[in-house]
Design a protein around this ligand. Structure first.
Ligand code: KG4
Ligand code: ZN
Length: 348
C-alpha cells in the first residue's frame, strides 16, 4: 500500500505555500509571496499580508495539485502551520485548511512552522537520523534544538535573546542604506570585504554569559556596535567601508551561530547538524558550518535554498512525519498560536 498523501499549507508570514507530499516524496509545491509590496515600507505590513493570502490561496492550491498531478479527493490528511507567525496570516491558512479537512472528511494537523524548517530536509536527503541538533535561522527565529523524533521529541536548547540572525542583517542593511530586505545585500557586499578588517563583538561568548547562555544568541549589541562604527566614520566625514563592515558583521553573526551549533552537537553526542530557515541562504553561514562540521567530524545537512525559505513542503513533510509517528490529529477548533512554543509539534 502506498504511503498517505499529505496536503501542506503554509501562511505564517508573507508566503502562501501549498505542497503535496507522499511519504518522503515531494510531488509538487507552489509558493506565492507578497514580499514585493513591502520594499517601500521597509518591513512587512500584516494587514497587507493577510489580504494577499486570501487572494493567493485558491490559485496556489490549484497550481500545486496540478503540478503534483493529483486530485484534491485523493488527499489523506491536511497539514497547516499553526504558528508561530502573524495572527492574520495564520488565520487565513488555518481557516482554509479546516474547510478542506472537513469537506474531504480527512484528519487535520496544525503543525509548528519552525520545526517544519528541519522536517523538509527529509524530502531532499532522506530520513533524518535518530538524534540530531537542529539550527533554525531566519528573519523571525534563531534557535538550537535537540531532536530525537521530529514529530514527537523536540527540545529547545536555546534561542536568540533579542534579534534573529536575518533580522539583524536586515537592520544592518537599513543602516547602510540598502534596500529591504537587507540580508541578501549585506551578504553580497560581505563577499567583497575583509572579515578581519573590523572586529565586531560576539554576543554571549565570554564571561559568565558563556556558561549561562551556552546555546543562546544575542545580536542586538553587535548591531549597535555596527551603528556606532558607521556613525563615527560619518562624523569624521569619512567614507563608510561598506564591504568591510558587512564582512566583519557577517563573520561575527556566523561565528556565534556555527560555534554554538557545533558545541551543541558535541555536548549532546549528536553526529548530525541540520540547518534550516531563510537565513541559511547566507553564503558565510554555509561555508563556516561546512568547515566547522568537517573539523569536528559532524555530518551537515542543509536543504537547497528554495526549501530554506517558507514553503508548503516543510509543512507537508512535518505532517507526514506526524502521521507516520501515529500522533493524534488536531481538534477542528484549534486556534492559531502566534508564539507557538518549540516543544509543541502538533497543536492540540
Ligand atoms: O525564513 P525566511 O524566508 O522568513 C522568515 O523569517 O520567516 O527568512 C528571511 C530572512 C530575512 O531576514 C532575509 O533578509 C534573510 O532571511 N536572508 C538573508 C539571506 N537571504 C535571506 N540574510 C543574509 N544573507 C542571505 N543570503
Ligand atoms: Zn520560516
Amino acid at each position: 500500500m502506498s504511503e498517505p498523501l499529505i496536503l501542506g499549507i503554509e501562511s505564517t508570514c508573507d508566503e502562501t505555500g501549498v505542497a503535496l507530499v507522499r511519504g518522503r516524496e515531494l510531488l509538487g509545491d507552489v509558493v506565492a509571496t507578497s514580499m514585493d509590496e513591502y520594499a517601500r515600507f521597509g518591513g512587512i505590513i500584516p494587514e497587507i499580508a493577510s489580504r494577499a493570502h486570501l487572494q493567493a490561496f485558491v490559485p496556489t492550491l490549484d497550481a500545486a495539485l496540478d503540478r503534483a498531478g493529483v486530485a484534491l479527493a485523493e488527499v489523506d490528511a491536511v497539514a497547516v502551520s499553526a504558528g508561530p507567525g502573524l495572527i492574520g496570516s495564520l488565520t487565513v491558512g488555518i481557516s482554509a485548511a479546516k474547510a478542506l479537512a472537513v469537506s474531504l472528511g480527512k484528519p487535520l494537523y496544525g503543525v509548528n512552522h519552525v520545526i517544519g524548517h528541519l522536517a523538509v530536509d527529509e524530502l531532499v536527503d532522506g530520513p533524518l537520523p535518530e538524534r540530531f541538533i537542529g539550527l533554525i535561522v531566519s528573519g523571525g527565529h534563531s534557535n538550537l534544538l535537540s531532536i530525537r523524533d521530529i514529530a514527537t521529541d523536540v527540545v529547545e536548547l536555546g534561542g536568540t535573546l533579542d534579534d534573529a540572525a536575518g533580522e539583524a542583517f536586515d537592520k544592518v542593511g537599513r543602516l547602510l542604506g540598502l534596500p529591504y530586505p537587507g540580508g541578501p545585500h549585506v551578504d553580497r557586499l560581505s563577499r567583497a570585504g575583509r572579515a578581519e578588517a573590523i572586529r565586531f563583538p560576539r554576543g554571549l561568548a565570554a564571561g559568565k554569559d558563556k556558561h549561562r547562555h551556552r546555546y543562546d544568541f544575542s545580536f542586538s549589541g553587535l548591531k549597535t556596535a555596527v551603528a556606532r562604527y558607521v556613525e563615527s566614520v560619518e562624523d569624521t566625514g569619512g567614507q563608510v567601508p561598506r564591504e568591510d563592515v558587512c564582512a566583519g558583521f557577517s563573520e561575527a553573526v556566523n561565528d556565534s551561530l556555527t560555534a554554538k551549533a557545533v558545541q551543541a552537537c558535541l555536548d549532546h553526542d549528536c553526529g548530525t547538524l541540520v540547518v534550516g530557515g531563510g537565513f541559511s541562504a547566507n553564503s558565510r553561514l554555509r561555508e563556516l558550518a561546512a568547515e566547522r562540521c568537517a573539523e569536528a567530524g559532524l555530518r551537515l545537512r542543509i536543504p537547497p535554498l528554495r526549501y530554506c525559505t517558507d514553503n508548503g513542503a516543510q509543512i507537508a513533510a512535518l505532517g507526514a512525519a506526524a502521521v507516520r509517528a501515529g500522533v493524534a490529529p488536531s481538534p477542528l477548533d484549534f486556534a492559531p498560536d502566534s508564539s507557538m512554543p518549540l516543544g509543541v509539534t502538533v497543536a492540540h
